[in-house]
Design a protein around this ligand. Structure first.
Ligand code: M6R
Length: 613
């Protein structure tokens, strides 16, 4: 949550910061601000409520500076106001912060004794006060001493009024990436803000202190010794993080799914010859994930948040079917405060697009400390979860900017399918021929997504109907129930229509009382093994007057009187139907939000990357 950026170098800092904040806006967008060193005033700060576009409009036209910091906020402590917007200044210290300072109340009381009174309600201003109280001209020492007092998570970019042209940074638990390039030195919460200047970047390590000047970036480790950046190169270019002619990032990202799936799946399915037969098997040698990770397992625990957790629900079904061992799926914010019983025969799989979700990261740390094996499915390279996990399976979905996760979700599904197939093969649960057939099925699912993407007319028509609803239900069984959960979160987060996902057979145990003619039901019936049961459940809601939107297999025989709209999936093995059905639900959510005139990419109250508890 919150996007932060710092720049010092040979360009106009205000421009670099505003462009960077626009790229980082998906991380938070309730207020924004920048502080820049100027020749006239020392440090000039401009901040405003609302989006980065508002900030751009407020900047004095003549603001020239070669060094500054910028912030786009997702409020945690203190409401949305100009005073609570960052940067915050106390004495000689001006800072921006991403994270949460948990002991800020105690520190505030303590700092009051030194005559320092905050003007905002934020925890971040207290951090500025603390650093100022410890500063005697040695910035590194003040930051180190403050870090020792701060509890919680943070990434800070700090200007000291008596050090023009220099930015100081430290992080613990919140991300920061940086680069020195021809334009100067830049640091930000996410690589997307650096991309127009450099494809090479490094991740600031936890507790390292970075000092940025126009000439370079120097690092010191927690022991005070010099440290050296480990530069990496991004494989995608700046256009991947732009809209490329689509109205919204979400629409673009929905359409990118065939490529995202192909990048995630294809390189991991290799030809393999045995006794004159050729098999196509999932192979994770390039990921450095050995088969031993999957052998002798007695249990799998999947933990994640939101959409990533819904992908985990599909993973559970796949693992249980193929490996025949118990699998649990836990919401990471719950898992982290349980006292889980884990051992070396338990595989804990954490799933995260951003790789920075605070609860998922904490769940991973807990899993490691409790003795489980850990494997993470992550999209962002070099993110905290990727770096702290024993094994990483990268989804190659490319940058996902819209708050509503789409291509990252289907890429996570693909990861689970590949892992389940390989694990079953490694444990002797699938023969090479059986595993090969599954892998080929997965590959052949990808082209069908193109056909779904052509269903604009029908999905838009359905959405037009949904715009009038104030409540709706998604129902399904098995894989379709896992998918209902995802369809429901997608719709509600961007359309603001209340929706619930229900296991179709469970409705009659209470919730059926909510079904009326005004409550549309999206019924997923893509699985032939439970089709007749689903048909009965659809009849139950139909009998209560529900408006039914049916997503099903082309050959499913269901009386026309039982639905108002029917979408048939392209013919495919039921195992892979969730990919196609997921894209239909994404399109419905997208059109509904757009037709309601809402901010599709940046829905109210949310942010893309949830780096606070
Ligand atoms: O970055 P992560 O995958 O860890 O994020 C987890 C959730 O915050 C995320 O999936 C969220 O639920 C999405 N906005 C849903 O579209």
């Amino acid at each position: 949550m919150c996007g932060i950026i710092g720049f010092t170098g040979g360009r106009n800092a205000a421009g670099v910061l505003l462009d960077g904040l626009a790229e980082l806006e998906y991380r938070g967008y309730d207020s924004a601000g920048i502080s820049c060193f100027t020749r006239e005033n020392g440090i000039d700060t401009v901040k405003t409520v609302g989006k980065v576009a508002n900030l751009r409009a407020c900047l004095p036209p003549g603001l020239t500076s070669s060094c500054g910091i910028g912030h786009t906020r997702w409020a945690t402590h203190g409401g949305v106001s100009q005073t609570n917007a960052h940067p915050h200044t106390c004495g000689r210290v001006t800072l921006i912060h991403n994270g949460i300072i948990e002991n800020y109340l105690a520190l505030r009381e303590e700092l009051a004794q030194t005559g320092r009174t905050p003007v905002s309600q934020t925890d971040s201003e207290i951090a500025a006060m603390l650093i100022d109280s410890l500063y005697d001209g040695d910035a590194r020492a003040a930051i180190r001493a403050a870090a020792a007092r701060l509890e919680g998570a943070y990434a800070f970019c700090i200007l000291f009024a008596d050090q023009p042209g220099t930015i100081w940074c430290i992080r613990r638990g919140s991300p920061l990436v940086a680069c020195h390039c021809e334009a100067g030195s830049i640091i930000a919460s996410d690589m997307v803000a650096l991309l127009r200047y450099s494809k090479d970047y490094f991740v600031l390590e936890e507790n390292q202190i970075a000092r940025l000047t126009p000439d370079g970036i120097s690092l010191t480790g927690p022991d005070g010794m010099p440290a050296f950046p480990d530069y990496q190169t991004v494989t995608w270019d700046v256009s991947s993080a732009q809209k490329n002619g689509f109205k919204h990032y979400m629409e673009k990202e929905i359409h990118e799914q065939p490529e995202a799936l192909s990048r995630t799946i294809t390189p991991r399915i290799l030809k393999y010859q045995e006794n004159g037969s050729v098999f196509t098997l999932p192979d994770f040698s390039a990921d450095c994930i050995p088969d031993s990770v999957f052998r002798d397992l007695t249990r799998i625990v999947i933990t994640a948040c939101g959409t990533a957790m819904h992908a985990g629900m599909m993973g559970k079904i796949l693992f249980e079917r193929l490996l025949r061992i118990p699998v649990t799926v836990d919401i990471a914010s719950e898992f982290r405060y349980q006292d889980p019983i884990l051992d070396k025969n338990t595989l804990v799989i954490t799933v995260s697009q951003s790789g920075e979700t605070a609860d998922t990261l904490a769940a991973l740390r807990l899993a490691r400390s409790a003795g489980g094996r850990t494997l993470s499915i992550v999209n962002v390279k070099g993110s905290s979860i990727a770096r702290e996990s024993e094994h990483v399976f990268y989804t190659h979905a490319g940058p996902e900017i819209a708050v509503a996760s789409t291509k990252a979700y289907t890429a996570q599904l693909a990861a689970f399918y590949l892992i389940a197939f390989r694990a079953a093969f490694a444990c002797g649960r699938l023969s090479a021929a059986e595993c090969s057939a599954r892998a080929e099925g997965l590959l052949s699912m990808i082209p069908s997504i193109h056909r779904i993407l052509e269903m604009k007319e029908i999905t838009e028509k359905i959405s037009r109907h949904l715009t009038r609803a104030s409540d709706l239900f998604f129902i399904g069984r098995g894989m379709d129930y896992a998918l209902s959960c995802e369809g429901s979160i997608k719709l509600k987060e961007i359309s603001y229509i209340h929706s619930e996902a229900y296991a179709a057979g469970e409705l009659k145990h209470g919730t059926l009382s909510l079904i009326t003619a005004d409550v549309p039901v999206i019924a997923l019936a893509t699985q032939h093994d439970v089709l007749s049961k689903m048909v009965s459940n659809i009849k139950e809601v139909r009998a209560r007057g529900a408006f039914v939107i049916l997503v099903t297999a082309a050959d499913a025989v269901i009386e026309e009187s039982q639905y108002d709209y029917r979408i048939d999936l392209p013919s495919m093995d039921d195992w892979f139907a969730p990919f196609a059905a997921a894209v239909i639900l994404q399109l419905i959510a997208y059109h509904t939000s757009y037709l309601r005139g809402l901010d599709v990419d940046q829905p109210r109250n949310l942010a893309k990357s949830v780096t606070v508890e």
